[in-house]
Design a protein around this ligand. Structure first.
Ligand SMILES: CC(C)(COP(=O)(O)OP(=O)(O)OC[C@H]1O[C@@H](n2cnc3c(N)ncnc32)[C@H](O)[C@@H]1OP(=O)(O)O)[C@@H](O)C(=O)NCCC(=O)NCCS
Length: 167
């Protein structure tokens, strides 16, 4: 049994590692509709905001990240955050994702958000298993939500209420 990785807030020094992890997943064409590789400068725009961005570190290297961002520009939805989680291919399947998401849920709650939501490719069984285990509800399916390399994909909308902030 390996010790869980250290989870901490992302800093500018993590930009290249975060971009590399995202770009590896982008190349797999299995979890995001995006096709443009991210640069460290793209990651800058995520940092230093109200929305938590976390990294998981093992033996001094970043092996995963989880980020949140605004769900909507409308003020009434300011308490909802969209989230993403990406684990480097070499670190998958050994609970890094679960551990990182558990910390993200706590940090998002501490930051005052009342709900996390995301859209997961219907075919992404690993992500759906992870989120289901963490208490995310599958709200429904957006059919043919976007196309990737000419193929339409359904996405499952997931959400979890952060109970401290819905009293
Ligand atoms: C999805 C992802 C974040 C999960 O992280 P991970 O560290 O690999 O997952 P974990 O080891 O914490 O396991 C999560 C769950 O998936 C299950 N699982 C692992 N591999 C699986 C597989 N091939 N099929 C089905 N379930 C699987 C595990 O058993 C675990 O469930 P459990 O907690 O009930 O045992 C990671 O695989 C990843 O980054 N994938 C590519 C990008 C991606 O899909 N991001 C999510 C976008 S919404």
């Amino acid at each position: 049994m390996t010790a869980p990785p250290t989870v901490r807030a992302a800093t500018r020094e993590d930009r290249s590692a975060i971009a590399a992890i995202y770009n590896a997943a982008l190349a797999e064409r299995a979890s995001t509709f995006e096709t443009r590789p991210r640069t460290p400068e793209d990651i800058d725009a995520w940092l230093g905001k109200r929305h938590p961005v976390l990294v998981a570190e093992e033996n001094g290297s970043v092996i995963a990240y989880a980020s949140t961002s605004a769900y909507s520009p409308r003020e009434c939805y300011a308490g909802i955050a969209d989230f993403s989680i990406y684990v480097a291919p070499r670190a998958r399947g050994r609970d890094v994702g679960r551990h990182l998401m558990e910390v993200l849920l706590k940090e998002a709650e501490a930051a005052g958000f009342h709900k996390l939501t995301s859209r997961v490719f219907a075919t992404n069984v690993r992500s759906r298993a992870l989120l289901g285990r963490l208490g995310f509800r599958e709200v429904g399916v957006h059919e043919k939500h976007a196309s990737l390399d000419g193929v339409w994909h359904d996405v499952v909308v997931v959400e979890k209420l952060l109970l401290a902030n819905v009293r």
